[in-house]
Ligand binder design. Structure first.
Ligand SMILES: [Cu+2]
Length: 267
């Protein structure tokens, strides 16, 4: 009996060890290019480890059972009649409950650290003010903060394109240019149906809704060109609704901005 328990503990530790090693060393995600990305990836890694432990644990259990409980040649009939096992039922209810509860609380913590809960707090104090209502969004800012922000960009989404309006330069661009390590504040609105602004490398995604502006803030941390993908099925050419975000050094951004400043359209 003691021997059996030692084997069990060994196998469980081995499975946990391998799962943690894979979870924290095998990177399945694209580069981390915004300050939100490392926070989000923390959650992803933990979910990956939990998934691996369950996968390896179940596989080991199935293989063990296949071998241990196989039908021997001298056995006949349908096997022994089994009905219920209270201990087992409690175990397989309690463990998943703890895991689900933990994931729920941890996800909430991550979402809060990404700034997702800010607007809820703001709204309580602004119930009676005539401030424009801003709906959901990560790293929320009230509309006044958006207007005062150094780099505020108005995003319009339509079937099937994104347009980026730089109010301070009075020009519209089909490409989103932003300076690295600067907070960008975007006010987004759709002209027709629901779209979504998604940059996988930034780990941010926000719906763009007709008639209800949403605010999205982010701070890019790596120079480069990243895809902006519409992540809400918005019509027959939804799959082609893409744009690019170009993160560049401040000086390069400024010269791009000056080049386009007050000109009408640079598509
Ligand atoms: Cu779309």
């Amino acid at each position: 009996m003691l021997n059996k328990n030692i084997y069990l503990i060994l196998i469980i530790s081995l499975i946990c060890g391998i799962s943690f090693w894979i979870g924290f060393n095998v990177n399945l995600l694209p580069v981390e290019a915004s300050i939100n990305a490392p926070i989000y990836d923390e959650l992803f890694k933990i979910l990956f480890v939990i998934g691996l432990i369950i996968f390896f644990g179940m596989t080991a259990m199935v293989l063990y059972s296949l071998f241990k409980f196989r039908k021997r040649t001298d056995q006949g009939g349908d096997g022994i009649p089994l009905e219920g096992n209270l201990t087992l039922e409690i175990v397989w209810t309690v463990i998943p409950s703890i895991i689900v509860l933990f994931i729920g609380l941890y996800s909430y913590n991550i979402y809060d650290r990404m700034g997702g809960m800010k607007e809820l707090n703001h709204n309580h104090g602004m119930m009676n003010s005539d401030t424009e209502k801003i709906w959901a969004g990560i790293s929320q800012t009230p509309i006044n903060d958006f207007e005062n922000s150094n780099l505020s960009i108005e995003v319009s989404a339509m079937q099937f394109a994104f347009l980026f309006n730089y109010p301070k330069g009075q020009f519209i661009s089909g490409e989103l240019h932003v300076p690295v390590n600067h907070k960008v504040s975007m006010k987004m609105e759709s002209k027709d149906v629901i779209h979504a602004f998604w940059v996988p490398q930034f780990r941010i995604k926000q719906d763009i809704i007709p008639g209800q502006p949403t605010i999205l803030n982010f701070t890019p941390t790596k120079v480069g060109k990243y895809p902006i993908i519409c992540a809400e099925l918005c019509g027959p050419y939804h799959g082609g609704m893409r744009a690019s975000i170009i993160v560049e050094e401040e000086s390069k951004f400024n010269s791009w901005f000056e080049k386009n400043n007050k000109t009408e359209v640079s598509l």
